[in-house]
Design a protein around this ligand. Structure first.
Ligand SMILES: Nc1nc2c(ncn2[C@@H]2O[C@H](COP(=O)(O)OP(=O)(O)OP(=O)(O)O)[C@@H](O)[C@H]2O)c(=O)[nH]1
Ligand SMILES: [Mg+2]
Length: 318
């Protein structure tokens, strides 16, 4: 693949004990290290490479203890320059620290707001939204508290809020893909292929994932459809990989879906499918949501063309 690499600097900030280092370990699939995680001493840099997209991402994990925070804010030119995005991690289970966390966020916005590069974005992780508590009334109240506060703090720049947990890997894969791959040169090219595929098939949501389940490109007619596909895609790939471990060759996993009234007036039924695409030794996963039979038929019919286009694109990177 191409030798010319895009380099990106991404910051992980927030108070101590928020979960920043754990998030990075999970993204790197270093599960066994999760229970041993210790407070980060100052800033720790690690590199995440996505060879498919030709990107090297330098991730700055900024230990969040008070004394370190002062250092970062005092040395803006070292820490807060030329970053593509900032992940700001807030521990949703630590209400005693909410105020302090918002103050640090404000401080960061204040020192960075005159120097955002093109396509810069803030990604706020309302973290430790663990699956067993994420629907609790208190957690939902805390989430809406932060949604209001954050939109009053970050005014002139794109930001997104994610509810994440290390016990919900898809939530973190989605957030990281958004922050790390957004507007990258190759991601835009993959995006164009999906656009073409959707214009031929009329499906309602299409995601392209790499072999590690990072989202390389996505397109949807509706935000909810996209969220549904994003939250189940890594789980479908897991099922497929488990079957492969049993030497059972599976090209796709298909599930019939039926929407309740709240989602849709006209379309009630459909399918979501995950398709494995092995192209030139590169594994992709395609996930598509189709709202009727003819869309489903076309989505399958145009898969060979999509695969061909992906092959040509990969070869153009060589
Ligand atoms: N319940 C829950 N605990 C988490 C989650 N993510 C991290 N933790 C725990 O939170 C604690 C702190 O995690 P770290 O990753 O060290 O936090 P940090 O933000 O890197 O902390 P500093 O390095 O001091 O800034 C650890 O005990 C983790 O196991 C999560 O999603 N849910
Ligand atoms: Mg840490």
């Amino acid at each position: 693949m191409s030798k010319s690499k895009e380099l990106k600097k991404i910051l992980f900030c927030g108070l101590e004990n928020g979960g920043k280092t754990s998030v990075l370990l999970l993204l790197d699939k270093k599960f066994s290290l999760l229970p041993t995680v210790k407070p980060t001493i100052k800033a720790k840099r690690t590199v995440h490479t996505n060879s498919l997209l030709g990107i090297s991402i330098i991730r700055w994990d900024l230990g969040g203890q008070k004394s370190y925070r002062k250092i970062y804010l005092g040395e803006k030119s070292k820490y807060f320059t030329e970053m593509q995005s900032i992940f700001y991690v807030i521990d949703i289970q630590a209400p005693e620290k909410f105020e302090e966390s918002l103050v640090f966020l404000k401080d960061i916005v204040a020192i960075t707001s005159d120097s955002y590069p093109d396509n810069f974005q803030f990604l706020i992780l309302l973290h430790k939204c663990d699956p067993d508590i994420k629907k609790n009334k208190e957690i939902l109240e805390k989430i809406s508290y932060f949604e209001t506060k954050i939109s009053s703090i970050i005014k002139d720049i794109k930001f997104s809020i994610f509810k994440t947990s290390i016990y919900d890997a898809p939530s973190l894969l989605k957030a990281f893909s958004d922050g790390a791959f957004y507007a990258s040169h190759r991601a835009n090219m993959f995006q164009t292929l999906l656009k073409d595929y959707m214009s031929k098939t009329y499906n309602s949501s299409t995601l392209l994932l790499d072999q590690n389940c990072f989202i390389i490109a996505s397109r949807s007619t509706d935000e909810d459809y996209q969220k549904i596909c994003e939250s189940i895609a890594p789980r479908l790939t897991q099922a497929l990989e488990k079957l492969e471990e049993w030497d059972i060759s599976t090209v796709d996993i298909v599930t019939n879906i039926e929407f309740s009234q709240k989602h849709s007036d006209s379309h009630k039924e459909g399918i979501i499918f995950l398709r494995k695409l092995d192209i030139n030794n590169t594994r992709f996963y395609l996930v598509a949501l189709c709202l009727n039979k003819s869309v489903k038929t076309r989505s399958y019919e145009y898969l060979p063309l999509l695969a061909d286009n992906l092959k040509n694109l990969l070869e153009s990177f060589e």
